[in-house]
Design a protein around this ligand. Structure first.
Ligand code: C2E
Ligand code: MG
Ligand code: MG
Length: 418
């Protein structure tokens, strides 16, 4: 049995009052790790003890308080519906927030609290616990020291992600992943300068799923280093094959996720992948977003230095959608900026978008970077971007993402619009 106290309570509840609601309240101390570190484990233990006393006081005979793990407590509330449980959770939060007088010092601490309820009967206690914990995590994300209760709709979305995650784990082994390649065209002479590799997943059970949906799930599960390594390897292999076929002088660009940088040996992995396929450095490019850089300042900086030294070019993807683009531009010496498609979308009619596009192009050029626009869909967008001095273009107007085989016939097609 995985949750002994709660299972026991539940059995009792089921025996006595079938058909009535059941709620769980999940409380986790905020920054407990920091308290332990700053004040010592003994003080940490006393905080847990005081907290337990306060929880018992608030709950009284309405339910049972159980210590779940280190600084996590679960309160089981038989015959209590979601409104009453949320009210009790708020009392818990307030009770904990009062200063704690300990033998050696006074401590201020707070908890983040999640609530989950079954209105009539409990089908699955593990599921209820997961919901309460997920609600607690959301409370932490929203700033801590608060109560959160996921709506049914939210819970369905979380479930959906969990289901996607379970399928995604097997996707690589089952050969459900592949890459498509979208061309980048130089403005000055319409030459094909590269292809961006884009990951595709067609699940046997769920059909085609877009990367905007499954990549966040993969990140949540920590699968991105594995998927990213596979993408890098396939992209290098493909790039080498096209080089051997003499199809032209172009690179393959690979998107990099934050988790790949977190590992710390990213530059070595790139070099190893290149060497495995005998691929020259100028045949591969890496696309990093601002959030990738932001989450891993130090590691990103050192990876970028190493990669640049090895001759691999780096592009700043989705530029303009993050927070403090300019300070990153100063710190990170990248070779290219990709103007995010959300800015391209409203060209040429929206004057703000025109101002942003022309400013990004000017900044990029001042910093000796090439500027690429993504999401170019109309001839008007193309004309304006070229007029503004944008160096290269990518988008449905110039070419859709294609399979490797389709790229080959596309490149050989004499009627390809240039
Ligand atoms: P991204 O790197 O910004 O990729 C460009 C996205 O814009 C692609 O979406 C592409 O299909 C789409 N696109 C291209 N031209 C147009 C256009 O003219 N109009 C519009 N509306 N969209 C256009 P996709 O393939 O759905 O990928 C979405 C995102 O998923 C990518 O955005 C990238 O952040 C991520 N991604 C895709 N493959 C990988 C991968 O292998 N690794 C990682 N870490 N992320 C990936
Ligand atoms: Mg990209
Ligand atoms: Mg992009």
């Amino acid at each position: 049995m995985r949750y002994p106290v709660i299972e026991l309570l539940l059995a009792e509840h089921a025996a006595n009052r079938a058909g009535e609601s059941f709620s769980l309240v999940f409380a986790d101390i905020d920054r407990f790790h920091a308290t332990n570190e700053a004040m010592g484990k003994e003080v940490g233990d006393q905080v847990i003890l005081q907290l337990a006393r306060r929880l018992l006081e608030v709950v009284g005979n309405r339910g049972t308080v159980a210590r779940y793990t280190g600084d996590e407590f679960v309160i089981a509330l038989p015959c209590v519906g979601s409104d009453e449980a949320a009210a009790l959770a708020e009392q818990v939060r307030q009770a904990v927030a009062r200063p704690m007088r300990l033998p050696s010092c006074e401590v201020m601490t707070t908890v983040s609290v999640g609530v989950a309820s079954y209105p009539q009967r409990v089908d699955d206690i593990g599921e209820l616990l997961r919901r309460a914990e997920a609600s607690m995590s959301r409370a932490k994300q929203l700033g801590r020291d608060m109560v959160y209760l996921y709506s049914e709709q939210d819970m369905r979305r979380i479930e959906d992600r969990r289901m996607l995650g379970m399928r995604l784990r097997g996707a690589l082994q089952q050969g459900e992943l592949r890459l498509e390649y979208q061309p980048q065209i130089r403005s000055s002479d319409q030459a094909v300068i590269g292809f961006e590799a884009l990951l595709r997943w067609t699940s046997a059970e769920l059909g085609r799923i877009s990367p905007d949906r499954f990549i966040p799930v993969a990140e949540g599960l920590g699968l991105m280093p594995e998927l990213g390594a596979w993408v890098l390897d396939r992209a290098c292999a493909q790039s080498r094959q096209w080089l051997d076929a003499g199809l032209g002088d172009f690179f393959v660009a690979v998107n990099v996720s934050a988790q790949q940088i977190q590992r710390g040996n990213f530059a070595e992995l790139v070099t190893a992948a290149r060497e495995r396929h005998g691929l020259p450095a100028d045949r591969i490019e890496l696309e990093l977003t601002e959030s990738v850089l932001m989450e891993n300042m130090e590691r990103a900086l050192s990876s970028i230095h190493q990669l640049s030294a090895s001759g691999v070019k780096i592009a700043f993807d989705d530029f303009g959608t993050g927070y403090s683009s300019l300070s990153y531009l100063r710190q990170f010496q990248v070779d290219k900026l990709k103007i995010d498609k959300s800015f391209v979308h409203d060209l040429p009619h929206d004057s703000n978008s025109v101002a942003i596009a022309s400013t990004v192009i000017a900044i990029g050029h001042q910093l000796q970077m090439e500027v690429v626009a993504e999401g170019v869909e109309t001839p008007e967008q193309r004309r304006l971007l070229i007029e503004l001095g944008c160096d290269a273009l990518q988008g449905y107007l110039l070419g859709y993402p294609m399979s490797a085989a389709a790229v080959e016939s596309w490149l050989r097609d004499p009627r390809r619009p240039a």
